[in-house]
Write a protein that binds this ligand. Structure first.
Ligand code: WAQ
Ligand code: MG
Length: 270
Protein backbone atom coordinates (compact mmCIF):
# COMPACT_ATOMS: atom_id res chain seq x y z
CA UNK A 1 0.00 0.00 0.00
CA UNK A 2 1.35 3.36 -0.93
CA UNK A 3 2.48 5.38 2.03
CA UNK A 4 0.49 8.58 2.52
CA UNK A 5 2.62 11.66 2.54
CA UNK A 6 2.00 14.66 4.71
CA UNK A 7 1.30 17.75 2.62
CA UNK A 8 4.39 19.89 2.64
CA UNK A 9 4.14 22.91 4.92
CA UNK A 10 5.48 26.24 3.81
CA UNK A 11 8.51 27.34 5.81
CA UNK A 12 8.08 30.54 7.72
CA UNK A 13 10.96 32.55 9.09
CA UNK A 14 10.89 34.86 12.07
CA UNK A 15 12.99 37.99 11.51
CA UNK A 16 13.74 40.28 14.42
CA UNK A 17 15.52 43.58 14.20
CA UNK A 18 16.56 46.05 16.88
CA UNK A 19 18.55 49.18 16.22
CA UNK A 20 20.23 51.64 18.55
CA UNK A 21 22.36 54.76 18.52
CA UNK A 22 25.63 55.08 20.42
CA UNK A 23 26.33 51.35 20.36
CA UNK A 24 24.36 48.20 21.19
CA UNK A 25 21.41 48.35 23.61
CA UNK A 26 23.29 46.12 26.05
CA UNK A 27 26.13 48.63 26.19
CA UNK A 28 23.95 51.65 26.79
CA UNK A 29 22.99 52.53 23.22
CA UNK A 30 19.75 54.49 22.86
CA UNK A 31 16.91 52.45 21.36
CA UNK A 32 15.91 53.73 17.92
CA UNK A 33 13.70 51.12 16.39
CA UNK A 34 12.67 47.50 16.64
CA UNK A 35 10.53 45.34 14.42
CA UNK A 36 9.68 41.73 13.93
CA UNK A 37 7.95 39.87 11.19
CA UNK A 38 7.21 36.27 10.33
CA UNK A 39 7.57 35.86 6.58
CA UNK A 40 7.75 33.24 3.86
CA UNK A 41 11.24 32.22 2.78
CA UNK A 42 10.86 34.06 -0.51
CA UNK A 43 10.08 37.33 1.26
CA UNK A 44 13.16 37.44 3.48
CA UNK A 45 15.16 39.77 1.27
CA UNK A 46 12.39 42.32 0.88
CA UNK A 47 11.77 42.26 4.61
CA UNK A 48 15.45 42.79 5.45
CA UNK A 49 15.56 45.67 3.04
CA UNK A 50 12.57 47.35 4.70
CA UNK A 51 14.06 46.89 8.13
CA UNK A 52 17.38 48.40 7.09
CA UNK A 53 15.58 51.36 5.59
CA UNK A 54 13.54 51.81 8.73
CA UNK A 55 16.50 51.68 11.12
CA UNK A 56 18.52 54.20 9.15
CA UNK A 57 15.78 56.74 8.47
CA UNK A 58 13.88 56.68 11.77
CA UNK A 59 12.30 59.74 13.44
CA UNK A 60 14.12 58.89 16.64
CA UNK A 61 17.51 59.26 14.96
CA UNK A 62 19.93 57.34 12.77
CA UNK A 63 20.96 53.95 14.12
CA UNK A 64 24.61 52.97 14.27
CA UNK A 65 23.93 49.51 15.68
CA UNK A 66 21.58 46.90 14.29
CA UNK A 67 20.95 43.36 15.47
CA UNK A 68 19.18 40.87 13.20
CA UNK A 69 17.96 37.42 14.13
CA UNK A 70 16.47 34.93 11.70
CA UNK A 71 14.87 31.70 12.84
CA UNK A 72 12.69 28.98 11.35
CA UNK A 73 9.20 28.93 12.90
CA UNK A 74 7.88 25.58 14.06
CA UNK A 75 4.36 25.64 12.58
CA UNK A 76 3.17 22.98 15.03
CA UNK A 77 3.62 25.44 17.90
CA UNK A 78 1.64 28.29 16.35
CA UNK A 79 -1.66 29.49 17.83
CA UNK A 80 -4.20 31.79 16.18
CA UNK A 81 -5.96 34.71 17.87
CA UNK A 82 -8.48 37.20 16.46
CA UNK A 83 -7.65 40.81 15.72
CA UNK A 84 -9.28 43.21 18.19
CA UNK A 85 -12.17 45.27 16.84
CA UNK A 86 -11.02 48.73 15.88
CA UNK A 87 -12.79 51.96 16.81
CA UNK A 88 -11.77 55.55 17.36
CA UNK A 89 -12.23 58.01 20.26
CA UNK A 90 -12.03 61.80 20.03
CA UNK A 91 -9.17 63.84 21.49
CA UNK A 92 -7.58 67.10 20.33
CA UNK A 93 -4.89 67.59 22.95
CA UNK A 94 -2.66 65.36 25.03
CA UNK A 95 -4.55 66.32 28.19
CA UNK A 96 -7.88 65.43 26.61
CA UNK A 97 -6.38 62.20 25.33
CA UNK A 98 -5.22 61.18 28.77
CA UNK A 99 -8.71 61.78 30.22
CA UNK A 100 -10.13 59.64 27.43
CA UNK A 101 -7.53 56.96 28.17
CA UNK A 102 -8.54 56.83 31.84
CA UNK A 103 -12.22 56.62 30.88
CA UNK A 104 -11.52 53.82 28.40
CA UNK A 105 -9.40 51.88 30.88
CA UNK A 106 -12.16 52.11 33.49
CA UNK A 107 -14.71 50.97 30.89
CA UNK A 108 -12.47 47.97 30.18
CA UNK A 109 -12.42 46.95 33.85
CA UNK A 110 -9.40 48.75 35.36
CA UNK A 111 -10.00 50.79 38.55
CA UNK A 112 -9.71 54.55 38.22
CA UNK A 113 -6.76 54.54 40.64
CA UNK A 114 -4.91 51.99 38.50
CA UNK A 115 -5.80 53.78 35.26
CA UNK A 116 -4.36 57.06 36.57
CA UNK A 117 -1.30 55.24 37.87
CA UNK A 118 -0.75 53.80 34.39
CA UNK A 119 -0.86 57.18 32.69
CA UNK A 120 1.43 58.62 35.38
CA UNK A 121 3.88 55.71 35.01
CA UNK A 122 4.42 56.45 31.31
CA UNK A 123 4.62 60.20 31.92
CA UNK A 124 7.29 59.64 34.57
CA UNK A 125 9.65 57.69 32.31
CA UNK A 126 13.04 59.37 31.87
CA UNK A 127 13.32 57.74 28.44
CA UNK A 128 11.36 55.10 26.56
CA UNK A 129 11.63 51.51 27.68
CA UNK A 130 12.00 48.64 25.23
CA UNK A 131 9.12 46.73 26.75
CA UNK A 132 5.97 47.24 28.80
CA UNK A 133 5.25 47.72 32.50
CA UNK A 134 2.82 45.34 34.20
CA UNK A 135 0.48 47.06 36.67
CA UNK A 136 -2.08 45.56 39.03
CA UNK A 137 -5.49 46.44 37.53
CA UNK A 138 -6.92 47.12 41.00
CA UNK A 139 -4.18 48.88 42.97
CA UNK A 140 -2.11 50.29 40.10
CA UNK A 141 1.09 49.00 41.70
CA UNK A 142 3.82 47.74 39.39
CA UNK A 143 4.02 43.95 39.50
CA UNK A 144 6.86 43.07 37.14
CA UNK A 145 10.35 43.51 38.44
CA UNK A 146 12.00 44.11 35.12
CA UNK A 147 12.94 47.75 35.60
CA UNK A 148 13.73 49.64 32.46
CA UNK A 149 13.46 46.56 30.25
CA UNK A 150 9.86 45.62 30.97
CA UNK A 151 8.07 42.77 29.22
CA UNK A 152 8.79 42.61 25.52
CA UNK A 153 5.99 41.02 23.47
CA UNK A 154 7.44 38.99 20.65
CA UNK A 155 6.81 36.20 18.16
CA UNK A 156 3.64 37.44 16.49
CA UNK A 157 2.49 38.60 13.09
CA UNK A 158 -0.60 38.68 10.93
CA UNK A 159 -1.85 35.31 9.72
CA UNK A 160 -2.48 36.58 6.22
CA UNK A 161 -0.87 39.92 5.28
CA UNK A 162 -3.17 40.59 2.33
CA UNK A 163 -6.35 39.85 4.27
CA UNK A 164 -5.11 42.03 7.11
CA UNK A 165 -4.30 44.90 4.77
CA UNK A 166 -7.77 44.65 3.23
CA UNK A 167 -9.39 44.60 6.67
CA UNK A 168 -7.51 47.76 7.66
CA UNK A 169 -8.14 49.49 4.35
CA UNK A 170 -11.87 48.82 4.78
CA UNK A 171 -11.64 51.02 7.88
CA UNK A 172 -9.57 53.66 6.09
CA UNK A 173 -6.37 52.63 7.85
CA UNK A 174 -2.88 52.05 6.55
CA UNK A 175 0.73 52.16 7.64
CA UNK A 176 3.17 50.31 9.85
CA UNK A 177 2.15 51.94 13.11
CA UNK A 178 -1.45 50.78 13.00
CA UNK A 179 -0.72 47.29 11.68
CA UNK A 180 1.97 46.64 14.25
CA UNK A 181 -0.02 48.16 17.10
CA UNK A 182 -3.11 46.11 16.23
CA UNK A 183 -1.11 42.90 16.06
CA UNK A 184 0.64 43.60 19.33
CA UNK A 185 -2.55 44.75 21.09
CA UNK A 186 -4.41 41.65 19.89
CA UNK A 187 -1.73 39.34 21.28
CA UNK A 188 -1.54 41.33 24.53
CA UNK A 189 -5.33 41.25 25.02
CA UNK A 190 -5.34 37.47 24.52
CA UNK A 191 -3.01 36.96 27.50
CA UNK A 192 -4.48 35.10 30.49
CA UNK A 193 -5.24 37.57 33.29
CA UNK A 194 -4.87 40.78 31.31
CA UNK A 195 -7.65 43.32 31.64
CA UNK A 196 -6.44 46.11 29.33
CA UNK A 197 -3.46 47.81 27.74
CA UNK A 198 -2.52 51.48 27.50
CA UNK A 199 -0.05 52.62 24.84
CA UNK A 200 1.30 55.67 23.16
CA UNK A 201 4.09 55.91 20.65
CA UNK A 202 7.64 56.98 21.36
CA UNK A 203 8.09 58.37 17.84
CA UNK A 204 8.34 62.17 18.28
CA UNK A 205 5.91 62.98 15.46
CA UNK A 206 3.42 60.20 16.19
CA UNK A 207 1.04 61.44 18.89
CA UNK A 208 -1.52 58.64 18.67
CA UNK A 209 -2.12 55.87 21.18
CA UNK A 210 -4.81 53.44 22.26
CA UNK A 211 -6.45 51.44 24.99
CA UNK A 212 -6.85 47.77 24.08
CA UNK A 213 -8.98 45.10 25.72
CA UNK A 214 -10.94 41.99 24.81
CA UNK A 215 -14.02 43.70 26.25
CA UNK A 216 -14.01 46.85 24.12
CA UNK A 217 -11.45 46.14 21.41
CA UNK A 218 -8.81 48.55 20.15
CA UNK A 219 -9.89 52.08 21.11
CA UNK A 220 -7.66 54.46 19.21
CA UNK A 221 -6.94 57.83 20.84
CA UNK A 222 -5.80 60.31 18.14
CA UNK A 223 -3.80 62.62 20.42
CA UNK A 224 -2.30 61.18 23.58
CA UNK A 225 0.99 63.04 23.92
CA UNK A 226 2.68 66.30 22.94
CA UNK A 227 4.27 66.58 19.53
CA UNK A 228 8.09 66.30 19.45
CA UNK A 229 8.10 64.18 22.58
CA UNK A 230 10.25 61.07 22.11
CA UNK A 231 8.91 59.25 25.14
CA UNK A 232 6.11 56.76 24.87
CA UNK A 233 5.30 53.50 26.54
CA UNK A 234 3.02 50.60 27.26
CA UNK A 235 1.27 49.41 30.39
CA UNK A 236 -0.49 46.04 30.70
CA UNK A 237 -3.04 45.93 33.52
CA UNK A 238 -3.37 42.49 35.09
CA UNK A 239 -5.82 40.91 37.53
CA UNK A 240 -4.30 40.50 41.00
CA UNK A 241 -4.23 36.68 40.90
CA UNK A 242 -2.47 36.47 37.52
CA UNK A 243 0.30 33.91 36.97
CA UNK A 244 2.92 36.42 35.89
CA UNK A 245 5.57 33.89 34.83
CA UNK A 246 3.10 32.13 32.54
CA UNK A 247 1.93 35.46 31.12
CA UNK A 248 5.45 36.65 30.43
CA UNK A 249 6.31 33.36 28.79
CA UNK A 250 3.21 33.63 26.56
CA UNK A 251 4.09 37.18 25.53
CA UNK A 252 7.76 36.52 24.87
CA UNK A 253 7.81 32.97 23.48
CA UNK A 254 4.46 31.78 22.12
CA UNK A 255 4.18 32.23 18.36
CA UNK A 256 0.80 33.86 17.69
CA UNK A 257 -0.78 34.70 14.35
CA UNK A 258 -3.48 37.34 14.37
CA UNK A 259 -6.42 36.74 12.09
CA UNK A 260 -8.53 39.50 10.59
CA UNK A 261 -11.71 37.70 11.58
CA UNK A 262 -14.39 39.37 9.45
CA UNK A 263 -16.20 37.19 6.94
CA UNK A 264 -14.12 36.47 3.90
CA UNK A 265 -10.83 36.72 5.72
CA UNK A 266 -8.70 33.87 6.95
CA UNK A 267 -9.93 32.79 10.36
CA UNK A 268 -8.15 29.50 10.88
CA UNK A 269 -5.21 27.51 9.66
CA UNK A 270 -5.77 27.29 5.94
N1 WAQ B 1 6.54 44.71 23.65
C1 WAQ B 1 6.30 45.48 24.72
N2 WAQ B 1 6.38 46.82 24.70
C2 WAQ B 1 6.74 47.39 23.55
C3 WAQ B 1 6.99 46.64 22.38
C4 WAQ B 1 6.89 45.23 22.47
N3 WAQ B 1 7.13 44.47 21.43
N4 WAQ B 1 7.32 47.51 21.38
C5 WAQ B 1 7.25 48.74 21.92
N5 WAQ B 1 6.91 48.68 23.21
C6 WAQ B 1 6.74 49.79 24.15
C7 WAQ B 1 8.03 50.55 24.33
O1 WAQ B 1 8.05 51.04 25.66
C8 WAQ B 1 7.90 51.71 23.38
O2 WAQ B 1 8.59 52.85 23.82
C9 WAQ B 1 6.39 51.96 23.40
O3 WAQ B 1 5.79 50.68 23.60
C10 WAQ B 1 5.86 52.60 22.15
O4 WAQ B 1 6.24 51.79 21.05
O5 WAQ B 1 -2.34 54.76 14.79
O6 WAQ B 1 4.10 53.22 17.54
O7 WAQ B 1 6.43 51.18 18.68
O8 WAQ B 1 -3.62 53.38 15.89
O9 WAQ B 1 6.58 53.66 19.37
C11 WAQ B 1 -0.09 53.31 18.52
C12 WAQ B 1 -1.12 53.98 17.65
C13 WAQ B 1 1.31 53.41 17.99
C14 WAQ B 1 -1.26 53.33 16.32
C15 WAQ B 1 2.21 52.74 18.96
O10 WAQ B 1 4.42 52.36 19.60
C16 WAQ B 1 -2.50 53.86 15.61
C17 WAQ B 1 3.65 52.82 18.60
P1 WAQ B 1 6.01 52.27 19.58
MG1 MG C 1 8.39 53.79 18.21
Amino acid sequence: MAQEREPEKASLISIKMRAAQGGPHERGGRHISGEERIVREGDIEACLHEMLERATTHQRGKADFMNLKLQLVDMDCVVYKPMLDFSECVSRTAEEGRDVAVRELVAAGVTETAARAGVAAILALPDSMRGAMLLDAVTGGRVDHLGNRGVRVSNMDVADPDAFRRALAAKGLQGDHVREALVLASKVASGEGVVAELCWSDDPLYVTGYVGSVKNGYRRIPVLKQRNCGIGGRVFFVKPETDLDALRDYYEEQVVFITAGAKGYVTEKD
